[in-house]
Design a protein around this ligand. Sequence first.
Ligand code: UDX
Length: 436
Amino acid sequence: MKIAMVGSGYVGLVSGACFADFGHDVVCIDKDQSKIDRLHDGIMPIYEPGLDALVERNVRDGRLSFTTNLAEGIEGASAIFIAVGTPSRRGDGHADLSYVYAVAKEVGENLANEAVIVTKSTVPVGTGDEVERIISECNPAHKFAVVSNPEFLREGAAIGDFKRPDRIVIGAEDDLGREIMAEVYRPLFLNESPILFVSRRSSELTKYAANAFLAVKITFINEMADLCEKVGGNVQDVAKGIGLDNRIGSKFLHAGPGYGGSCFPKDTLALLKTAEDYDSPVRIVEAVVKVNDTRKRAMGRKVLDALGGHDAARGKKVAMLGLTFKPNTDDMRDSPAIAVAQTLVDAGVSVAAFDPEGMELAAPLMPQVEMKKDTYEAIEGADAVVIVTEWDAFRALDFDRIKKIAKAPVMVDLRNIYKAADMAEVGFTYTSVGRP
Ligand code: UDX
């Protein structure tokens, strides 16, 4: 089957490459000429483990190609995916659908065969109806269906998540939509991945509900961590104790500096806006958004405490290890590191940082932070080392070396990757999140 993927960003490129790997004939389309040129040269626009090899293999075998020409790219495609960005709209927090609708119009104007148009972008409830209306207005000569098929992949684990998903959700309103989508995902049917066929609106809402629920889980355990610190408990024991209850489940119960990334902050906000529009508030999510926002600066204050308090911290130096919102990505969007660094800088602390992949994107977002070329260069002369992102490279630090080059053996571990007892043994003053 021929598939066109409009938008070669995170979701589009990963999905396109994986569909090609399933044996489909895939064209990835993007307006950004330099991105397409680089893809032709085998250069990935994002850092994602395994993606370059996957792209290279499928390009070599002739199943994957790239173009900036939408009309040419969608020709003969039975499924045309829309995988362009839906960022928060400036000013009001609604999802900005202008890119999705622009693609819908261009597809409508150029549709040269029967096809299913699939929104893979995260879009608010009702977007599919609007996409259908836009395409109809173009009076295409061929039958078409508009389907919702949200993507649940995580950055850093995107290929595995795409190929072995917990479930696939397809929101289709007619047989054409259901039949083509069944064909698109046939390799996963064979894999026995659960595929849910639901209505288009249910499918659109499912994506937001999933992300919001996960954000609730993280925020819940973060507040339990704060309470643990007050009452003398250990949040990891609490998380394990509740997580073994199958109704709760053990995943997404890691306390930390608050969630960031390209999805949770934007999607929780967009869900609030939809809920507002339909006069059906989702108050739990409202609270989660607020709690998570305030948490990021609170983590900066935690570091100030480790430096002896707000006043004593002035003039001291902190080494931040990890800047991206999570490991195995170069994505800095809404990373807690930004607010942590700002809180420190506001208090007169100088900050040096190292991140294995994120520094290029981090530098313009945190101009007052000195970017160093490795872990130990960042730690040189520091009064405290702060682990902000749990990259594997920070899990086995050389403590003797740190003691020699840092001003003081102080560590603030915002991801709970070390054990307090081990740190005491190597002579560090150690603070973590929600643990004694
Ligand atoms: C998320 C969803 O998991 C994915 O299904 C959706 O398609 C897109 O959004 P992603 O943003 O790539 O994926 O990252 P994820 O691994 O879910 O982490 C999101 C944030 O939550 C990160 O900042 C992470 O550090 C934080 N997190 C996650 C925690 O603080 N604790 C946890 O237990 C889990």
